[in-house]
Every structure is written in structure tokens, then in C-alpha cells.
Design a protein around this ligand. Structure first.
Ligand code: NAP
Length: 265
């Protein structure tokens, strides 16, 4: 199936590894030119040159911290200066600490909300006027199934994710009339560094080793394994394509029907 993405310009946040990197790789394979962001310049530049070499597309690395409004605005401005427009926004720069309520500090809550919620708001806010003016645009927020399936050990993520989902519904309602679509993709455990870190923290809090923590994650997923970043990227790539034009304001789980309560020990 031709997804109709050749020549599109995409802006992907949090793309030096994990889900964001997989999204950038798939979008480039489908013919898009891409700006990727992350805080650490070295690995980001390496990923950009790897994807460009493999796909022949233009991949631009812009280092920036998506928890800072000025960095988000600068990166979007530089993208518009370079390419003239942005067709696609995918937000993946997010991170929220796991932990039990008594142990989560003010800083844990605020840093989660500042990046996972406000970082996504800032990114959408920065591209919307431009997409609205052009009368087209496709946005996917990579959020997380904690926003749909609360879990007491993943409260900071769950709260930020629920806010992202609510925000995206509002944006879909307001900007659909201008040809701008927005959807959220909500993974459960995905095989990335972030998941590895969460598993270690879960093992610590639950006083089990990481092998047991991983077994518990798998036992909560009827498909009997965790998700791969490329599987999330395939869904995102479809959603931002013209093939998915009538999908707007949707919140799509990609978690193998995970039943979170089964992770409990
Ligand atoms: N993996 C999972 O199991 C899972 C499940 C549900 C939802 N999610 C969500 O999916 C998204 C991607 O997760 P992932 O597992 O792919 O994470 P990951 O492998 O840890 O990659 C995170 C990426 O974001 C960048 N990043 C982190 N903080 C940033 C910041 N302040 N500004 C700009 N870039 C930043 C990182 O590079 P730098 O460190 O250099 O900035 C890296 O490129 C996140 O929003 C996460 O919450 C993940």
C-alpha cells in the first residue's frame, strides 16, 4: 500500500532512540524528510546520518529540550526556515517516573507534567498556527496506556497521559475544520531503554529481581510478550498518512490488551 508520504515534511520529538527513532526510520522509508529532536546532540546526529544513509531522505538533527518552551519554538522555527512547512508532527519526547504515592516527590510530579504533558502541548501549539494556515496537518502524540488504564505504580505517567488524551480530543474538535488531524497512540510496555529503566525501578519497589519484573509484565499481556518500537511506529506512520484521513480525535491502545492489575505482586 502506498501511504502517500513521499515528500512530506515531518517533525519528530524524542527521536534519538526508542519509539521516536523507529517512527523517524519508518517515515523516512515511506519517503518523508524529517527533523528529529532530542537533548543530546551526538547520538541524535548519528541517528540522523544513519537514517539518511539508509533511506536517501533528508534527516536534520536539532538538539533541544522539549521541556523548555524556548527550545520547542526554536526547533519548530528552524524546521520551517529549512523546509518552508511541516506536514506531520509526532511527539515522543516524554518520560515519567514510576513509584508509589508516598515516595513520589513534588519534583517527580512536576517534571512528568512539564515534559510528558506540557512538552506535548508546546509542540502542538508551535505547529498549529502554521498547519491551520495551510489547511492541512497530521499530528500523533505517542502517549501511553496508563492514561486509559490507571495503575497505582505509574501514577505520574497516567495523570500526564490522561491530560494528553483530553488535550488531543479538544484539539481534534477545534482544528479538524481546518484540515488538521490529531490522534494519540497508547502503548503498554515497549522494548526500549525507557521500559528497561521502568522495569528496574518496578523491581526495586516490589522487591523482586528484574527477570521477575519482566515476567510480570509479560504475564499481564495476553499476547505473551512486550511490544517492539517498530510496531508502534507502524501504527503512527499509518495514522499520519493521508490513508488515515478520516481518523481524528482517536485514542488507540497498542498494548496487546494488557491487563495492568496482573503486574501486581
Ligand atoms: N517504552 C515504553 O514502554 C512506553 C510505554 C508507553 C508510553 N511510552 C512513551 O513513548 C514515548 C517514547 O518512549 P521511549 O520508550 O521510546 O523512550 P526512550 O527510548 O527513553 O527514548 C526517549 C527519547 O526522547 C528523548 N528525550 C528525553 N527527554 C527529552 C527532552 N526533555 N527533550 C527532548 N527529547 C527528550 C531522548 O533523548 P535525550 O535523552 O538525548 O533527550 C530519546 O531520544 C515517551 O513519551 C514514553 O512515555 C513508552
Amino acid at each position: 500500500m502506498d501511504l502517500g508520504l513521499t515528500g512530506k515534511i515531518a517533525f519528530v520529538t524524542g527521536a534519538s532512540k526508542g519509539i521516536g527513532r523507529a517512527v523517524a526510520e519508518q517515515l523516512a522509508s515511506e519517503g518523508a524528510d524529517i527533523v528529529i529532536t532530542a537533548r543530546t546532540a551526538g547520538p541524535l546526529a548519528q541517528v540522523a546520518s544513519d537514517i539518511a544513509a539508509r533511506t536517501g531522505r533528508t534527516i536534520v538533527a536539532l538538539a533541544g529540550d522539549m521541556s523548555k518552551a524556548e527550545d520547542v519554538d526554536r526547533c519548530v522555527k528552524e524546521t520551517l526556515g529549512r523546509f518552508g512547512h511541516i506536514d506531520i508532527l509526532v511527539t515522543c519526547a516524554g518520560s515519567s517516573p514510576g513509584g508509589l504515592l508516598e515516595e513520589l516527590t513534588e519534583e517527580h510530579w512536576l517534571s512528568s507534567l512539564n515534559l510528558k504533558f506540557m512538552g506535548y502541548v508546546r509542540s502542538v501549539r508551535a505547529v498549529i498556527p502554521h498547519m491551520r494556515e495551510r489547511g492541512e496537518g497530521a499530528i500523533v502524540l505517542v502517549v501511553g496506556n496508563d492514561g486509559l488504564k490507571p495503575s497505582y505504580w505509574e501514577m505520574t505517567a497516567g495523570v500526564a497521559n490522561a491530560a494528553d488524551i483530553n488535550f488531543a480530543s479538544s484539539v481534534a474538535e477545534q482544528y479538524g475544520r481546518y484540515g488538521v488531524r490529531i490522534n494519540t497512540v497508547n502503548p503498554g510496555p515497549v522494548n526500549t531503554d525507557r521500559w528497561d529503566g521502568l522495569e528496574k525501578a518496578f523491581a526495586r519497589d516490589k522487591k523482586v529481581d528484574q527477570v521477575r519484573a519482566h515476567e510480570l509484565a509479560i504475564s499481564s499481556i495476553p499476547l505473551n510478550r512486550i511490544c517492539e518500537p517498530q510496531e508502534v511506529a507502524s501504527l503512527v506512520t499509518f495514522l499520519v498518512s493521508p490513508r488515515a484521513y478520516f481518523i481524528n480525535g482517536a485514542h488507540i491502545p497498542i498494548d496487546g490488551a494488557q491487563r495492568k492489575a496482573l503486574m501486581d505482586v
